[in-house]
Design a protein around this ligand. Structure first.
Ligand SMILES: Cc1cc2nc3c(=O)[nH]c(=O)nc-3n(C[C@H](O)[C@H](O)[C@H](O)COP(=O)(O)OP(=O)(O)OC[C@H]3O[C@@H](n4cnc5c(N)ncnc54)[C@H](O)[C@@H]3O)c2cc1C
Length: 381
């Protein structure tokens, strides 16, 4: 019997986390013929993506990169290059090229036309299957350590994976049942990265005011919320949905106001809430806990990651994408766009990676380029 010599060949890229950023990264890597493996804790990919926009998945907003970055605020400078190279139009074009029918709302928010998040997750799943990308599900990564030869060992409960590069795309810490529990941040900390403390972003505000709680379950699309500082000056004003809940207030206008308050670190503020014919003012409302947040503020410090590459400034070959980083956007498709754009940036920046393996592929192999055109240019939808 012929014997085979065993010298473990490292995979070019191990992607830890099969959520929005991880699936997008694997898709981009496949398009570029970069050998990769996608490793996901849960039994299926994209558990949080499935929940987005009440199961409808508002996956981006069809606006210019400038407008997008203006709305993002806080981290816009840091994500600018990634977003300009993978703007909403390119994300839209990519899904269209995968035959996903899309629906555009008047304000630019984009959804799959059938109103099902599963359509987006399946589009990734089909692409990764067609491109033969190995996917490990039910496979929590337990640690990422540097090996002596400059690569990495990605540890799981039952085996190790040797990788030249690692992309941490493990998400934030909200909705832990979706698998995002802060592991990537812990791996990063163990490798010498700073973490910015977690805070809830885009979350409801608590009040026991009967004028709100008695209307629990009612949604008011033509709502508005204004945030005033301690001098009474209006510092944030947003027209959008206001929802009444048993715990207090939610809806886009409340979420974006809460995010503003959190980023501005306001301790003494009032919020004026308009819905139906009501106009109510509240002071210093408590946000719901981070585990219920749409997005996590905080995570791996941007000081330790190069925005031109998404590569760690501390550990060469270690990359980050999505909510594991201290980035967040408003409600309306911004957070998925940030996850996609940072994922693409990381894969496109891979050391000795991008396109380098293409020549080794059979010439007949179909090459997709949905998310890889260099200038982000694309057709109208
Ligand atoms: C209720 C809700 C509604 C939302 N609606 C929208 C919306 O409509 N539009 C929008 O733009 N954004 C929305 N968001 C935000 C958006 O879903 C997230 O910002 C986005 O999913 C972040 O992508 P990510 O890949 O960084 O993290 P995630 O999508 O959370 O993916 C991280 C993945 O990593 C896996 N993982 C974690 N640790 C490990 C480990 N140790 N080993 C292996 N795998 C691991 C997790 O299981 C998970 O699948 C919503 C969020 C919530 C909670």
């Amino acid at each position: 019997m012929a014997s085979t010599s065993s010298s473990a060949r490292p995979v070019k890229l191990a992607i830890v986390g099969g959520g929005a950023a991880g699936m997008f990264a694997a898709a981009v890597a496949a398009e570029r013929h970069i050998p990769c493996v996608l490793i996901e804790r849960k039994a299926r990919l994209g558990s949080k993506v499935l929940m987005t926009a009440n199961g409808r998945c508002n996956f981006t907003k069809d606006i210019s990169p400038d407008d997008f970055l203006r709305d993002v605020g806080e981290c816009s400078k840091w994500v600018a290059q990634a977003v300009r190279e993978c703007p909403p139009r390119q994300i839209i074009k990519g899904f269209k090229s995968l035959n996903v029918q899309l629906r555009r709302m008047p304000d630019g928010r984009m959804f799959p036309a059938d109103g099902k998040s599963a359509t987006i997750v399946h589009a990734f799943g089909d692409l990764l299957r067609d491109e033969s990308v190995p996917i490990l599900t039910n496979c929590p990564v337990t640690g990422v350590v540097q090996s002596q030869d400059g690569g990495f060992v990605v540890k799981t409960a039952n085996f190790d994976i040797v990788a030249e590069n690692v992309l941490l795309a493990t998400g934030g810490v909200s909705y832990p049942k979706t698998g995002s529990v802060g592991d990537g941040q812990n791996f990063a900390r163990a490798l010498g990265h700073k973490l910015v403390p977690y805070r809830p972003g885009l979350i409801g505000l608590e009040t026991s005011d009967r004028r709100i709680t008695s209307l629990a379950g009612r949604r008011f699309e033509d709502g508005r919320a204004k945030v005033m500082d301690e001098t009474g000056r209006t510092v944030f004003d947003y027209r959008g949905e206001v929802d009444c809940e048993s715990f207090g207030l939610s809806g886009a206008a409340i979420y974006n106001s809460q995010r503003y308050i959190e980023h501005a670190n306001m301790k003494d503020y009032s919020i004026e809430v308009w819905f139906a014919h009501e106009r109510l003012t509240f002071r210093n409302l408590k946000p719901r806990p981070v585990k219920e947040a749409i997005v996590t503020i905080g995570g791996v410090s941007l000081d330790d990651v190069d925005p031109r590459t998404m590569e760690s400034r501390k550990v060469k070959g270690l990359y980050f994408a999505g909510e594991v980083l201290d980035i967040d956007g408003p409600t309306g498709g911004y957070n998925l766009t940030l996850a996609f754009a940072t994922a693409r940036k990381a894969v496109a920046s891979l050391r000795n990676g991008a396109m380098s393996c293409a020549s080794a592929m059979p010439a007949s192999r179909h090459i997709r380029a949905a998310w890889n055109s260099p200038d982000g240019a694309c057709d109208t939808i």
